[in-house]
Design a protein around this ligand. Structure first.
Ligand SMILES: *Cc1c(COP(=O)(O)O)cnc(C)c1O
Length: 362
C-alpha cells in the first residue's frame, strides 16, 4: 500500500502544528482534578465566555462530553429526542443506554436537522406506562446530515419549542465553529438556545485531543462529578488544554479556508462522470458524494483511491465523505481531484469493498 498523500478521511487526522506543539511544551500545569491546572482553568473560562455561559468542564473527547451532557440532564428510564442520523444515537457505542439508562427516540429529519413539525407529538404524556421525555439533542454542524449549519431562526424555534415543552436542550457542537463561520455568527448566538453545549478540539481545530462541555454553573458542577465517574477527570491536563487555547486563538477564523476548499473539491467532483454531488449541499468542510452503482460501490472506490494515495472513506453503500481540514491545502485538493478523475476512468469494480457500506452488515 503506498503512502497516503492526501488524507480527506476525517478532520480528526490533523497533527499538531509547530506552533501548537510549542504552546504544549510551554504549558503551565497543575493537578486539574483539584482545580489547580492554570491552563485548563484558562481554557474553561475562555470557553464559558465564548459560549455566553457560566461554566465549562474540559473532557477527553466529544463522545465523553456529549455523554456527560446526557447524564447531566437525564435519569435512568428517561428518553432523549434526536434526529435519526445524530452522533449521540448512532456513533457513541450505545452510550446513552449504557452510561445513563436513557433511550434515544430517533426522528427522521432533513440534512440531520429537525423542525417543530417533526417534533410535535413526540413528548410523551405523564403516564405510568411511558418513559419520561427529558432532553432534545441537536447537532451543529450536522455530520452524517451533510456538514450543514442550522439556520439560526430554525435553531431558535426548535429550542424554544423544547423548553416550552419542559425539555432540556443539548447541542452536539463537535463542529460548532464550522457552523459559526458558515453562518457568520458568534458561538454565543448559537449557544444561547441550549442548556449544555459540547465542543470538540480534535476536529477542524487541529488539536490532538480534548473537548469541553459548557453550561450553567449547576449543570457543570454535576457534569464534573459525571466526568470523574466516566474516568475522564485528568491530572496535568494543561498539556492538552494548551493546544485548545492555541486553537481558539489561531485556528477558528481559518476554518473559512476549509470551507472554500470543500467547495472547490465539490466542484471538481461534479465534473467527473460517474460521481454525483449536490453542490448546494456543501456548506462547510464535509463533502458527501455518490458513485454510480454501474461502476461499483463506495467501498471499492475508497480502496482504489487509497492505492493511489487518496484517503476518502465510504459512508454508505454508494456514498463517500471527504473532509477538508488544516492539513490539506488548496493545491492538495486540486491534485487529489485529478486522482479521483483518473481512478473513475481506470475503473474500480475489481477492488474489495463491502456493498452495504461501513455501517450495515452484508
Ligand atoms: C466527531 C464527533 C463527535 C465526537 O467524537 P469523538 O471521536 O469522541 O471526538 C461528536 N459528534 C459529532 C457530530 C462528531 O462528528
Amino acid at each position: 500500500m503506498p503512502d497516503v498523500l492526501f488524507n480527506f478521511y476525517s478532520d480528526t487526522v490533523t497533527k499538531p502544528s509547530a506552533g501548537m506543539r510549542e504552546a504544549i511544551a510551554r504549558a503551565e500545569v497543575g493537578d486539574d482534578m483539584s482545580g489547580e491546572d492554570p491552563t485548563v482553568n484558562r481554557l474553561e473560562a475562555l470557553m464559558a465566555k465564548t459560549l455566553g455561559k457560566e461554566a465549562a468542564v474540559f473532557a477527553c473527547s466529544g463522545t465523553q462530553s456529549n455523554q456527560m451532557g446526557v447524564k447531566t440532564h437525564c435519569l435512568p428510564g428517561d428518553e432523549l429526542l434526536i434526529e435519526q442520523s445524530g452522533h449521540i444515537a448512532c456513533f457513541e457505542a450505545g452510550g446513552p443506554a449504557v452510561l445513563s439508562g436513557v433511550t434515544c427516540r430517533t426522528i427522521p429529519g432533513r440534512l440531520g436537522m429537525l423542525d417543530i413539525a417533526d417534533l410535535e407529538g413526540k413528548v410523551r404524556a405523564d403516564n405510568q406506562h411511558l418513559c419520561v421525555t427529558r432532553l432534545l439533542c441537536l447537532e451543529n454542524t450536522t455530520n452524517v446530515g451533510g456538514g450543514r449549519a442550522w439556520p439560526l431562526d430554525q435553531l431558535a424555534r426548535v429550542c424554544r419549542w423544547a423548553h416550552d415543552n419542559g425539555l432540556k436542550t443539548h447541542l452536539d457542537g463537535a463542529r460548532l465553529f464550522n457552523a459559526c463561520i458558515a453562518k457568520g455568527c458568534s458561538a454565543a448566538e448559537i449557544g444561547q438556545h441550549f442548556d449544555t453545549i459540547s465542543i470538540c478540539f480534535s476536529k477542524g481545530l487541529g488539536c490532538p485531543m480534548g473537548s469541553v462541555l459548557v453550561g450553567s454553573s449547576d449543570d457543570i458542577r454535576k457534569a464534573r462529578r459525571i466526568r470523574k465517574l466516566f474516568g475522564g477527570a485528568m491530572r496535568q491536563a494543561g498539556i492538552v488544554a494548551a493546544a485548545a487555547v492555541f486553537a481558539m486563538e489561531n485556528n477558528v477564523e481559518r476554518l473559512a479556508i476549509d470551507h472554500d476548499n470543500a467547495k472547490l473539491l465539490a466542484r471538481e467532483i461534479a465534473k467527473i462522470d460517474g460521481l454525483s454531488i449536490q453542490l448546494d449541499d456543501v456548506e462547510t468542510n464535509l463533502v458527501f458524494f455518490e458513485v454510480d452503482p454501474k461502476l461499483g460501490n463506495a467501498a471499492q472506490f475508497s480502496s482504489a483511491l487509497l492505492e493511489r494515495g487518496v484517503k476518502i472513506g465510504a459512508s454508505g453503500a454508494q456514498r463517500l465523505r471527504a473532509c477538508t481540514h488544516l492539513d490539506v491545502s488548496r493545491d492538495d485538493v486540486s491534485r487529489a481531484a485529478e486522482i479521483l478523475r483518473q481512478t473513475v476512468q481506470a475503473g474500480f469494480h475489481q477492488y474489495k469493498g463491502s456493498a452495504t457500506g461501513p455501517y450495515s452488515r452484508a
